[in-house]
Design a protein around this ligand. Structure first.
Ligand code: AMP
Length: 218
């Protein structure tokens, strides 16, 4: 799934994985897990993530390809946040080809940048389970506390205005290259993500179940 930070990729990917029985791999989660390990690699990952920069391809590719390979036996994998660069897309294609597999579909969630900026600035994340809230549109029942496991809600280091601005600028540049790469394979589908989440999920399910890849988004 492609889309800017705050486009609802993570929320939609979770819902789709449950509906369609797919394994969900979020690059941000994989990298955050590496970051919290306290290893030299983890500390390097931390420096980039906290600044809102992309983690270098070499590290990201190694960690994400290993994670994808670990799910080899599953009926399918939904990738969220990876690949982000053409080098990552090429590495993924190569790793999948070695297993006789391929990327079937690339879904791009379309949401205007001013909408995602506002979503990111009001986003809170549970420190223990990773559930995501929005202080404006989806607040927790008790302020600062996760509804699911009573974990502490916090604002991610990269959800502060300066880092948001930087992440979105990087995204715009990388996404243009990535969409060109996938257009060449004719597997990219666009879905309008600026609608109520349940409506978006229904469209995504339809797209993933339809082998003709219609372009949707009302
Ligand atoms: P996300 O949770 O997708 O917003 O990702 C959070 C941060 O993780 C990003 O700002 C990057 O620092 C890093 N990151 C996630 N995915 C990638 C990727 N595919 N390539 C490089 N860095 C990534």
């Amino acid at each position: 799934m492609l889309g800017p930070q705050g486009s609802g990729k993570g929320t939609q990917a979770l819902a789709l994985a449950v509906r369609l029985g797919l394994a969900h791999i979020a690059s941000g989660d994989v990298l955050r897990a590496a970051r919290s390990g306290g290893t030299p690699l983890g500390n390097e990952v931390r420096r980039y993530m906290d600044a809102g920069d992309l983690v270098p391809d070499e590290i990201t590719i190694r960690l994400l390809i290993d994670t994808v390979k670990a799910r080899e036996g599953t009926s399918g994998v939904l990738l969220d946040g990876f690949p982000r660069t053409v080098a990552q897309a090429e590495a993924l294609d190569e790793a999948l080809a070695q297993q006789g597999k391929r990327v079937d579909k690339v879904i791009e969630l379309l949401v205007p940048l001013d909408v995602v900026k506002q979503r990111l600035a009001s986003r809170l994340t549970c420190r223990t389970c990773g559930a995501v809230y929005n202080t404006l549109t989806n607040p927790p029942q008790v302020s600062g506390v996760c509804d699911l496991d009573a974990g502490e809600l916090y604002r991610r280091e990269d959800d502060y205005p300066e880092a948001i601005q930087k992440r979105l600028a990087i995204w715009e540049e990388q996404n243009a290259e990535l969409t060109r790469y996938y257009d060449a394979g004719g597997i990219r589908v666009q879905v309008n993500g600026d609608r109520p989440p349940a409506e978006v999920t229904e469209d995504l399910v339809a797209v993933l179940q339809d082998s003709d890849s219609p372009v949707t988004g009302r």
